[in-house]
Ligand binder design. Sequence first.
Ligand code: ATP
Length: 211
Amino acid sequence: MKIKKLEMVGFKSFVDRTIVHFDHDVMGIVGPNGCGKSNIVDAIRWCMGEQSAKHLRGRAMDDVIFAGSESRGPTGMAEVSLTFDARALGQDVSPGGVPWGAVGPEEVVVTRRLYRAGDSEYLLNGVPSRLRDVVEFFLGTGVGSKAYAIIEQGRIGFIVSSRPDDRRGLFDEAAGITKYKAKKRAAEVVLATTSSVKHSKRAAKKSPKNK
Ligand code: ATP
């Protein structure tokens, strides 16, 4: 899946709306130390649903909101949007029940917002969505906060030295089966809940109190 555009506003050092167009197959971002190169990767990871502030090099999630500088006060909201070329998506990609693949729009825009008050929002092509929809959207595409599309400093070392079970997740993603495994887990949870409800209803019927 190809990223076409990244748009940031109020995110870390990008206080004003900043747009990065990914117009070429290979692109490099260069600049002096501390100018915000890694913040761009953080923005991509955050927009894809990253839930760990540590993985975004912060202590708390609201560390991603522009904290102010000598000349400007802090902002109240961070927003990042990622635009993907949707033509490469499978037809079965349907976050929120809407098929975004070949029959859908040519672009899918994923947006994440966080307000200093603590509220957060996810949007898929402008439609308010759940984190679950965003995560499902990325499953099996190789993109996503836990997939292999972002290989940052130390990641190779982590992959090589991680537990086989953790490493297997990357192979599952590359094989395109994480989506089905996630669906299976969700179905198992529903089954377990349904059978425990049935069991407690049966137990309640059998109870002498109810006879
Ligand atoms: P290096 O080349 O040293 O790795 P870099 O170009 O990758 O640096 P980043 O680590 O992306 O730079 O950016 C660091 C800068 O971002 C610092 O100046 C820091 O003050 C600023 N920054 C990080 N979070 C915020 C925030 N919430 N509000 C304002 N500025 C922030």
